[in-house]
Design a protein around this ligand. Structure first.
Ligand SMILES: [Ca+2]
Ligand SMILES: [Ca+2]
Ligand SMILES: [Ca+2]
Ligand SMILES: [Ca+2]
Length: 346
């Protein structure tokens, strides 16, 4: 399912009955013809417990598997806490059956905040995060059955409340940026003469995810001279070499500089490789190696991540061979697909 399609399918609430509302179910989970325009004017579950929902998740009663409903809340400004946290809102939602989901946070009025982020905390305690950029943050995750938390965290200051809309919907990860057998648009330069360290740029600790610049002053990102349009795809290729870790959780690390197009505000990235390696992909705005965008997921063979981005901006696409890898080197292809998504009205 394409993102726009996925996002037209709203959160389904079993409390209102999964058998009405014109939605269909697949494998007992979700889906249907519902679109925002089909919904009543006030179709939201409305945030009820702002003062306390930063400490304990607000029980929404929402169950993925019934009538579509988003969560409508606000970044409230009357109880700013420590560490620059302006508001934190946690919401509990339930999945009856395991499903791949996409969670989309729309907050068109959030430009003045220092940071707005979305986190999915699964029933098993795993966390998947996404930054809101340009009023939109998107996270994808495979979720087991159980009760999960969606957390909205705002840092900074605001003169007034900033409304937002939060939607959880079924996702089709295999349909995101499929990697057909194609000739790559750009191939990594041979870096064997410098121990495969010519393009590393970012060192990465995987758990928890902590990233920063490599100590080297001589590494450079691959200058691909490519821009990803909002309907386009750039395919990168390279080799993740069998070199010793430089102290982080990766062997070879390869970084490619790619521009986003004039209207591209969302990227999907998919990597595939042949050997029994475990490669991870991250995205950074150029020269911001401490701010990883997107979180690797393993919902399908290979690696798939998504992230909101700024249009017409240089990004670093990073791929590293995890120390979990059984076999290296690994020849990889890495597709970068552009999209233009419009945030929902809150
Ligand atoms: Ca709130
Ligand atoms: Ca709150
Ligand atoms: Ca390499
Ligand atoms: Ca490298």
């Amino acid at each position: 399912m394409r993102p726009g399609r996925a996002l037209s399918v709203l959160l389904l609430i079993a409390a209102c009955g999964g058998d009405d509302g014109g939605s269909t179910t697949i494998d007992g989970s979700i889906v249907g013809d519902a679109s925002p325009s089909d919904a009543p004017v006030d179709d939201c579950y409305r945030e009820l417990a702002d003062a306390s929902n930063g400490d304990a998740a607000e029980p929404t009663g929402l169950v993925v598997g019934g009538v579509a409903r988003p969560i409508c809340g606000a970044i409230d400004v009357d109880h700013a806490g420590v560490g620059g946290v302006l508001d934190r809102d946690r919401f509990a939602v339930t999945l009856v059956t395991p499903a791949a989901v996409v969670v989309r946070l729309s907050a068109p009025g959030s430009a003045g905040l220092d940071r707005l982020q979305l986190e999915i905390t699964t029933a098993t305690g795993a966390t998947i995060g996404a930054r809101v950029i340009g009023g939109l943050g998107v996270a994808i995750a495979p979720l087991p059955a159980g009760t999960h938390e969606l957390t909205v965290t705002a840092l900074g200051a605001s003169a007034g409340a900033v409304p937002y809309r939060l939607v959880i919907a079924p996702d089709d990860p295999a349909a995101r940026c499929p990697l057909a057998a194609v000739n790559p648009d750009y191939r990594e330069a041979d870096e064997s003469a410098v121990g495969h360290r010519a393009n590393d740029m970012v060192q990465v600790q995987a758990t928890p995810l902590v990233t920063g610049a490599t100590p080297s002053t001589s590494d450079r990102p691959e200058d691909t001279q490519r821009a990803v349009s909002s309907v386009g795809r750039v395919v990168l290729a390279g080799t993740s070499a069998d070199v010793a870790s430089a102290g982080d959780d990766y062997h070879d690390r390869d970084t490619f500089a790619v521009y986003t197009g004039q209207t591209t505000n969302f990227l999907e990235l998919r990597a595939a490789w042949a050997s029994a390696a475990d490669l991870d992909v991250l995205v950074f705005e150029a020269e911001h190696p401490a701010e990883p965008l997107g979180v690797p997921t393993a919902t399908v063979a290979g690696e798939l991540i998504v992230t909101s981005v700024k249009p017409a901006t240089l990004y670093w696409v990073w791929i590293g061979g995890s120390t979990r890898s059984a076999t290296l080197p690994a020849s990889y292809q890495l597709a970068v697909c552009g999209r233009e998504l419009t945030p929902d009205a809150p």
